[in-house]
Design a binder for this molecule. Structure first.
Ligand code: AMP
Length: 524
């Protein structure tokens, strides 16, 4: 009989011997604390798994979840794995038209939503043929827990092969239709094990969990690593920079998106003494400004470890935690790079014909490995387009690998600006702009132009208390970059629009400035 590859089996096997030890310390907005033992996680997920099993759903049925962050929502995730069903997390910010799209596309058998949203969500769900709609609040109430309370607190995990579907994660869809990335138990376990080993996860670690759990970063990267490490989590339902800084002396690992690091730097309590017990700060999901990287080093004495991944692949690269034997024992965490391909991940930079480029050359980043997904939910053609004939996944990110083996992300291929026939990578221009006096951060987007086809427009956030002259910024760029890369216009804005994972919403910026050179009528 082959071994059960259900991810929950591996996570449960890593629980510490003392199941009465604290697994999660959940800190409320009012400072109140709720303690959950390892036994609590086990029993709560068993009860929900038994409830799900009582619905007699076929293997692979989807459980769509749009709830506020809570430890009970983690129990629901673990229960879904246990029951051999497919977890489908939905961003709490999605409104009815968006939820309707996901529900119609994924046809979940079960939907779990907040009590406040039950009216409109249940209408959408039942119209789409959903069998059961439960509610779950962030205050440990709702019909899911009421029903689950009638079920036994032991449960034998459903048998799953490594190829069995564990989750469908819809891409954040900052452009185009959101696609459901299908991740298997094997994909998730491979990545979780790699991260646990590469980042040296230990039982005495304490993770500060302050990320949303509808996204791979907070759901898979953070939770799997902590569970596999049998490490405690300090759980924050919402990110509050002061509360997180106050928690640093009681923790060892923090994971954040760059925006969180920026906000923590604004806290006067952030200093070397507060961060002394910490062993690791990890950043990902969006590029970390070199300035934030340096400021963090100066204030805390810690070097942030930047890593790179995506919903379709989970984590792909990481700066080294310790010496990496595969790369000549290098151990330097370098700012503005995303480090080396993780063990088990093959990464290449390729040209438009899918041919590997040499070190230093810029091209499309392609990957393969055990953590890379099999395809998009019900989109065989899109899936076929995104994989090369020899099995590499086209990430859509543009980058290069330097002579030392570090991967640099230069931008997204769809952000590429083709100006007068020349390729302009916005991230390169932004990198130079960000170093200029008076510039806090920037985004460069392409807009239609009658002569060049497309040109760059720089959107700049000035540093507090300064007001740089846009014309002078462009002139300063000219001293450092080839002329065709220079944006044709520069505007100042108080802040850049970002989604919850800290990614700049370039589509919104592009819409705002698209008529600068060509009118809407001329473009249609
Ligand atoms: P998502 O699927 O929402 O996690 O988005 C994945 C995308 O986020 C990647 O394809 C990259 O474009 C971007 N990303 C993730 N981590 C980083 C990073 N460390 N630096 C730059 N971009 C990143």
């Amino acid at each position: 009989m082959p071994a059960n590859q259900n991810l929950f089996v591996a996570l449960r096997a890593a629980f510490p011997a003392d199941l009465d030890a604290t697994a999660v310390e959940s800190i409320g907005a009012d400072g109140s604390t709720q303690y959950y033992t390892w036994a609590d996680l086990d029993k709560a997920s068993a009860r929900i798994a038994n409830l799900l099993a009582s619905l007699q759903l076929p293997m692979g049925a989807r459980v769509a979840v749009q709830v506020e962050k809570s430890v009970e929502a983690v129990a629901l995730y673990l229960a879904t794995l246990r029951a051999g069903l497919v977890f489908l997390p939905l961003n709490t910010a999605y409104r009815s038209a968006e939820v309707a799209y996901f529900v119609r596309d994924a046809e979940p058998a079960v939907v779990v939503c907040t009590p406040a949203a039950f009216g409109w969500v249940s209408k959408i769900a039942f119209q789409a043929g959903t069998q059961a709609v439960y509610t779950l609040s962030d205050a440990r109430s709702g019909s899911l827990l009421e029903r689950a309370a009638h079920h036994a607190d032991t449960h034998t995990p459903a048998f799953c092969g490594a190829d069995a579907l564990a989750a469908i994660v819809y891409t954040s869809g900052t452009t185009g239709r959101s696609k459901g990335a299908m991740l298997t138990h094997g994909n998730l376990l491979a990545n979780a094990t790699t991260l646990k080993d590469y980042w040296g996860w230990r039982q005495d670690d304490v993770l500060i969990h302050a990320l949303p759990i509808f996204h791979v970063h907070g759901l898979f990267v953070a939770i799997h690593a902590a569970l596999l490490g049998a490490s405690k989590m300090l759980w924050f339902a919402r990110f509050d920079p002061a509360a997180v800084v106050a928690a640093l002396p009681h923790a060892t690992v923090f994971m954040g998106v760059p925006t969180l690091y920026g906000r923590m730097l604004a806290e006067p309590g952030l200093n070397r003494a507060a961060a002394a017990p910490m062993r690791l700060f990890i950043s990902g999901s969006a590029p970390l400004l070199i300035e934030t990287f340096r400021a963090w080093q100066e204030r805390t004495g810690h070097t942030i470890l930047e890593r790179y991944g995506m919903s379709e692949t989970t984590m792909l690269t990481s700066n080294p935690y310790g010496p990496d034997a595969r790369f000549g024992g290098q151990s330097e965490r370098r700012g503005a790079t995303v480090g080396f391909p993780l063990p088990g991940v093959d990464l290449r930079v390729a040209d438009a014909q899918d041919q590997s480029l040499r070190a230093g050359e810029v091209g499309g980043i392609q990957v393969r490995g055990a953590s890379v997904f099999g395809g998009y939910w019900r989109m065989p053609e899109k899936t076929a387009q995104e994989f090369t004939t020899d099995g590499w996944f086209r990430t859509g990110d543009v980058g290069r690998v330097d002579a030392r083996g570090y991967v640099h992300i230069v931008g997204r291929s769809k952000d590429l600006i083709i100006s007068g026939g020349f390729n302009v990578y916005p991230a390169e221009v932004e990198g130079v702009l960000n170093e200029l006096a008076g510039v806090q951060e920037s985004a460069v987007v392409g807009v239609p132009h009658p002569d060049f086809g497309e040109v760059g427009v720089a959107v700049v956030v000035p540093r507090a208390g300064t007001r740089p002259e846009p014309e002078q910024l462009l002139a300063a760029l000219k001293a450092q970059l080839a002329n065709y890369k220079i944006p044709k216009h520069c505007v100042l804005v108080p802040e850049l629009p970002r989604n919850t994972m800290g990614k700049v919403q370039k589509n919104r910026l592009r819409e705002a400035v698209s008529g600068l050179f060509v009118s809407a009528e001329a473009r249609s």
